[in-house]
Ligand binder design. Sequence first.
Ligand code: NAD
Ligand code: IPM
Ligand code: MN
Length: 355
Amino acid sequence: NRRYTIAVIPGDGIGKEVMPEGVRVLERAAALYGFTVEQRWHDFASCDYYARHGRMMPEDWKEQIGSPDAIFFGAVGWPETVPDHISLWGSLLQFRREYDQYVNLRPARLLPGVPSPLAGREPGSIDFWIVRENTEGEYSSVGGHMFAGTEREVVIQETVMTRFGVDRVLRYAFDLANRRPNRHLTSATKSNGIAITMPFWDQRVEAMAANYTDVRWDKYHIDILTAQFVLNPDRFDVVVASNLFGDILSDLGPACTGTIGVAPSGSINPDGTHPSLFEPVHGSAPDIAGKGIANPVGQIWSAAMMLEHLGETEAAKAIMAAIETVLKDPGLRTADLKGKAGTEECGKAIAEALR
Ligand code: NAD
Ligand code: IPM
Ligand code: MN
């Protein structure tokens, strides 16, 4: 019997509403496909935990999490009570760095039945992966804040790129492109304006490309790349980007496919030295939290990505098929897709559609 230990961390806001639906589908997939999921729920990495303990996670969070096969995460952040940089640097960004999850893998795929806000786009015409660097780059803690409150106040935050860090995410992206039918890779750059780190990024892309002669590759500056996402999304296959550029592109890509509410992601440690983490792209959505109307598909699709990562390919495919079946029915869509279904109704429908 295949058995997986999963750390389950719902977090804040709609994270707590979509997680039960993710878990419902996971359990159903396990029953149908003959594996066992042992869930270990944690209440930390949430602003509720912060309110009780004055910090986002216990000091021994690594011991408490142990060595699960994967981490299933909801969303974190509640800016009304904890400033975002405190809550995020104290939780999610710790996981990504401490667990060396250097790849953030995020699909943009137009699913059958889901209307794209872009005119004339059919299912299948948008289908690409964003590979985002996830441990360094613009998200750095190198910098300083001096002369606070005076007219001489200065803030500096450095971008950190290491050859090791850039090369490993590029290798992952080229490997992925090499396995796709179109074998095409696009690199997001800004080497015209950001004239030290970005030319270095370009140089490493070119060096890595030399190892992948079957992969066609190109690069766009990030400004025009965002325009191309909207104008010609069918152009893309694998898009590799630095931490910040990848963050921006991975909200824009899914928005072009109808809603960020369906988008999943994996913060992956490809070397297997630490657990990988699977979570929706979206945040805790304070504006709709508590109403039971959040779209659970991002969380459920993240479960599919997690199962794929664990080698349960058939179950992962079945979850995708169930998501597609349900989304084709306008009556089962949530409000972000102009439907009337609640989070639980949509989640239950997907669990029931599983075969
Ligand atoms: P958000 O993704 O939480 O919400 C943006 C908009 O999208 C909101 O209007 C929201 O209602 C809508 N939305 C998001 N997910 C949805 C879903 N599943 N169904 C329907 N509508 C959905 O981004 P934000 O408002 O910038 O951030 C809110 C908080 O979440 C902040 O604290 C932020 O730092 C945090 N955040 C966390 C993560 C994460 O945990 N990975 C990601 C992004 C933002
Ligand atoms: C994401 C989020 C995070 C990020 C925030 C909440 C720190 O936007 O997962 O995309 O920027 O990576
Ligand atoms: Mn983001």
